[in-house]
Design a binder for this molecule. Sequence first.
Ligand SMILES: Nc1ncnc2c1ncn2[C@@H]1O[C@H](COP(=O)(O)OP(=O)(O)OP(=O)(O)O)[C@@H](O)[C@H]1O
Length: 217
Amino acid sequence: MLRARSITKSFGNLTVLKGVDLEVKTAEIVSIVGSSGAGKSTLLHILGTLDRPDGGEIFFGTTRVDRLRTKALAHFRNRHIGFVFQFHHLLPEFSALENVCIPGWLAGKRKKEVEGRALELLGTLGLSDRTDSKPHTLSGGEQQRVAVARALINQPAVVFADEPTGNLDSVHARELHALFLQLRDQFRQTFVIVTHNEELAQMSDRIVHMKDGVVLS
Ligand SMILES: Nc1ncnc2c1ncn2[C@@H]1O[C@H](COP(=O)(O)OP(=O)(O)OP(=O)(O)O)[C@@H](O)[C@H]1O
């Protein structure tokens, strides 16, 4: 599904990634753990095509994404990659349903089709009765679940999550992780997660340890 080889990245004099290799299979949940500054978020952003590596190669299936031009890359990202961040960045003036639909509309899919899938996803995530709610009227856990539904709307090959439970209490954090497992089983959804939460990392299929810009295991 996802194959990254010899990924390097520097910011000025600081070499943050020193030749990272990583393979992720379909329907696998991989957690990336490691101390602060190890390069986890940098790697996630590069794998998620939000940033480009200095060297190395990244394949999604047979598509080499690090060579795509900016416009083609944006198109690829919107169609095939989902993101969940610690702060979910929901658009405050739009309802939960609209927030979920927007990436689908941007991808040029039919309005009704997108809405149908959004309603199905929100139902799966236990939010059927909150579809018309604005983000500020939802709890932190509910907002994060809306963000997960939004990440899934275009049926992405991979969802990248950077500290997705960082602003949730332990009950909601556990619920969110259980949801990732459910989505893996139900839709064969693949996840790559950066987390400091040891308990959640243990629930993944595989833990990848990073230290000083390299993957240890
Ligand atoms: N855009 C940038 N410009 C300059 N330096 C950066 C940039 N992004 C990250 N860095 C530096 O790269 C190093 C790795 O950062 P990164 O966020 O990838 O680490 P991390 O393992 O995710 O850390 P944390 O667990 O604290 O989030 C840090 O020293 C950081 O300051």
